[in-house]
Design a protein around this ligand. Structure first.
Ligand code: GCV
Length: 740
């Protein structure tokens, strides 16, 4: 095989090589049952129409050695065997054959890599990859999958298999890809007893009591995460102590490191680094010192020793995630030190092992403490913005997308505009604490896409959030995104099968924040349910509508924290998915007889608007220019306030909740139209969830509308919400039996 004879196949020519699906079930029968465990790596048979491509895919040549090359071999071997129905021949030889798939780094493939393909790698970072198809004069097809590092080969392998699953064959080649964000992480809020904070319907994947025993799920989880580009996983909850109820801080003890080493090895095959949430008070908790003061040299020595010990046992250790001086988890404030003092001390310890400190900006004080303002939204900025530039190079500040707490239609946090000299990490919540638990269908990609694209004005107009995570003028790679994960130990990983789409989209957007949510929905639907166009189109459309529908019956116009019912999630925390609007009056919303919302303006409110650059201040300060979906997040308005639709605020609140319920019912109808086209196991599972969503949305509608009638005394113009007919008046969920 000589490079000079080859010509790169352009996309148009390659179109002829597209694969087609093989339908595995007879007409009239439902497809065979599936439990969802394979997620988007299902690899059902496809028929490759073009003999040249089919021949190439049967002959795989992999150059190189090591754990990630072994993973590439396993993935290609199992994936192609399942897709093509015959196991491919796999060998290391890259010099003799004319056709086949050639996989290896540029160094390993050497002269067998055509210059035109090799040169594509010049501008790619360590994680990028190139897949190109060539043909010689006898039309023998050769596919090159190459990268600068073996982790790039892992990503390229999953991409090639995905293209085949999506039946594009090699129509989209050549592919030249590298990730948009250098750190693409999953944060588990998993405790060492396997309970999980805010993940619903399952326990932790990580079976700490039985580790270091291996389980196949560890590898399957690693494969799924690498296939969407995840390169860092924090295995334990940011709450490591919780007043003594949790013992997550032990995760960095020698006993637990031996257990974690097994997870780390599985991750390492797929290019994933392992991170741990630590407790700032660990030197005391471990019983070694009587202080955790970041200025005390003994404390630094203690952490340096721990960091080295971790690295010894776990070579792919990435660093620490820290929740400090937040919700009872103590931090440097206990010693009158700043966040930067605390983070930089840990950073010094970790610099000895090339690790990073990810320091969370999720801080606030409870009203009643000697606090500058009762509005929680202003508080993180007040603590962190003055410390811009004070953090070490290997510290990353992790900021939730909104200033309060993952609220629906919450604005993007003012901190992103205010920390130009600090490495930043965006924190998103994949698990649906406030966005519907494992009951409500809620595809979050359209919302995340908007968050990434939000113009922070950090460096003037045109400073989208995905660009300002990197410090101004910085060239390092300590910045990125973290998503609070929703994968657990249930058969289908996420409880609600369709919630897998959120993890898929999260990874894909972390790789490329500009990707269209519509394309991601199409892709996920096709990967999950096969390529029947009617099925994919229906599922994709349901996903894309779902966020807007949820917003119609959930908190009106961006109001925060109106669902805070008692009751218990699996971990004993309150279940935020039930309506409880009376609870947080005064604290998170200012609803009374005259109006509703929260005044965060500079002129008359908490002043939060003033934390943004001027163009954003002018956008948010007036209800006339404020984006309507977050109107009540920024403003307290009278019920008679006229919206752009011409309706009054109160009438819109009533109407939206009715519309929301009807639209949930139409989601269910769409799903019902797929009966017989999806296997029964998954069909009835999702139908069950949609039935629950209908009843939960009715609960939300009636509790919220009853609440607004109760406070405002204004009846619904359509006669649906009227005095004397208030089934849930004053309801506090947990006060009595479930009201329907
Ligand atoms: C892990 C919210 C959640 C908590 C979570 C906290 C955090 O308050 O309700 O469960 O704790 O955020 O992000 O630290």
């Amino acid at each position: 095989m000589a490079g000079a004879e080859l010509r790169i196949l352009p996309a148009v020519a390659a179109l002829a090589l597209a694969a087609v699906a093989v339908t595995a079930f007879a007409d009239g029968d439902s497809p065979p049952n599936e439990n969802g465990y394979e997620a988007w790596l299902r690899y059902r048979p496809v028929e490759i129409a073009d003999p040249g491509l089919a021949a190439a895919l049967r002959s795989i040549h992999i150059a190189g050695r090591g754990p990630r090359i072994a993973a590439v071999r396993d993935e290609l071997s199992a994936g192609l065997a399942a897709l093509l129905g015959v196991p491919p021949a796999i060998g290391p030889d890259v010099s003799e054959s004319a056709a086949g798939v050639f996989v290896g780094t540029r160094t390993e493939l050497g002269r067998s890599l055509p210059d035109s393909v090799a040169s594509e790698l010049d501008d790619l970072g360590a994680e990028g990859y190139v897949i190109a198809a060539t043909a010689n004069d006898r039309n023998a097809v050769t596919i090159f999958l190459t990268a600068r590092s073996d982790v790039g080969l892992v990503y390229g392998t999953f991409r090639l298999l995905r293209e085949l699953q999506l039946r594009t064959g090699i129509a989209n080649l050549p592919v030249v890809e590298s990730p948009g964000l250098p750190l693409r992480m999953i944060n588990h809020w998993d405790n060492l007893d396997r309970s999980v904070e805010r993940v619903y319907g399952g326990f932790s994947i990580f079976d700490w009591p039985n580790l270091p025993e291996r389980q196949p799920r560890y590898r399957d989880y690693s494969r799924l995460m690498a296939s969407i580009g995840i390169n860092g996983i924090v295995v334990n909850n940011v709450n490591t102590y919780k007043g003594g109820r949790l013992h997550g801080w032990r995760v960095v003890s020698d006993e637990y490191l031996d257990k974690a080493a097994v997870l780390a090895q599985e991750f390492d095959r797929y290019g994933i680094e392992i991170y741990f949430s630590i407790n700032f008070m660990s030197p005391i908790l471990f019983g070694d010192l009587d202080t955790a003061d970041p200025r005390d040299p003994e404390v630094l020595a203690w952490w340096t020793h721990r960091a080295r010990r971790i690295k010894e046992k776990i070579p792919n250790f990435g660093g620490f995630l820290v929740k400090a001086d937040s919700e009872g988890e103590l931090g440097p404030h206990a010693y009158d030190r700043t966040h930067a003092d605390g983070a930089n001390m840990l950073a010094r310890a970790l610099s000895t092992v090339d690790g990073v400190v990810i320091w969370r900006a999720f801080v606030y004080r409870h009203p009643g403490e000697d606090d500058v303002s009762a509005d929680r939204a202003v508080q993180a900025y007040q603590q962190f913005a003055p410390q811009n530039g004070d953090f070490a190079d290997n510290v990353i500040l992790q900021i939730k997308h909104g200033p309060i707490d993952f609220q629906v239609n919450e604005p993007v946090s003012s901190l992103f505009s205010a920390m130009p000299d600090t490495n930043l990490m965006l924190e998103l919540q994949i698990t649906q604490e406030y966005t519907g638990k494992d009951i409500h269908l809620n595809f979050l990609a359209p919302f995340w896409h908007r968050v990434y694209a939000f113009d922070t004005h950090r460096d003037g107009a045109g400073s989208p959030l995905h660009d300002v995570l990197r410090p101004r003028g910085g060239s390092g790679t300590n910045w990125g995104v973290a998503g609070v994960g929703n994968f657990h130990d249930g058969l289908n990983w996420t409880g609600h099968l369709l919630a897998q789409s959120n993890t898929y989209a999260y990874g894909m957007l972390a790789w490329n924040p500009r990707r269209s949510p519509g394309v991601l929905a199409d892709e996920w639907a096709a990967l999950t349910f096969g390529g029947e166009p009617m099925v994919s189109a229906t599922v994709s459309d349901m996903l894309l509508q779902s966020y807007g529908i949820y917003g119609k019956y959930y908190f009106p116009y961006g109001l925060s924290l109106m669902g805070w019912a008692g009751g218990a999630a699996l971990d004993g925390n309150g279940d935020r998915s039930r309506p409880d609007p009376y609870r947080n009056i005064g604290r998170y919303h200012q609803t009374d007889a005259a109006g509703t919302g929260y005044d965060r303006t500079v002129a008359t409110g908490s002043g939060y608007v003033g934390q943004y650059p001027l163009p954003l201040q002018s956008l948010y300060e007036s209800p006339d220019s404020c984006p309507q979906e977050m109107l009540l997040w920024f403003h307290y308005l009278p019920y008679s306030h006229e919206l752009r639709s011409g309706k009054t605020l109160i009438q819109s609140i009533y109407d939206d909740r009715y519309e929301g319920v009807e639209r949930v019912k139409s989601l269910r109808d769409r799903w019902l139209s797929l009966e017989g086209m999806i296997d029964e196991e998954r069909f009835y599972h999702v139908l069950g969830k949609l039935n629950l969503q209908v009843s939960e949305s009715i609960l939300w509608r009636d509790v919220m509308n009853g609440f607004y009638l109760d406070l405002s005394g204004i009846e619904d113009a359509e006669g649906r919400v009227k005095a004397g007919d208030r089934p849930y008046r004053g309801l506090r969920y947990g006060d009595g039996p479930r009201p329907h």
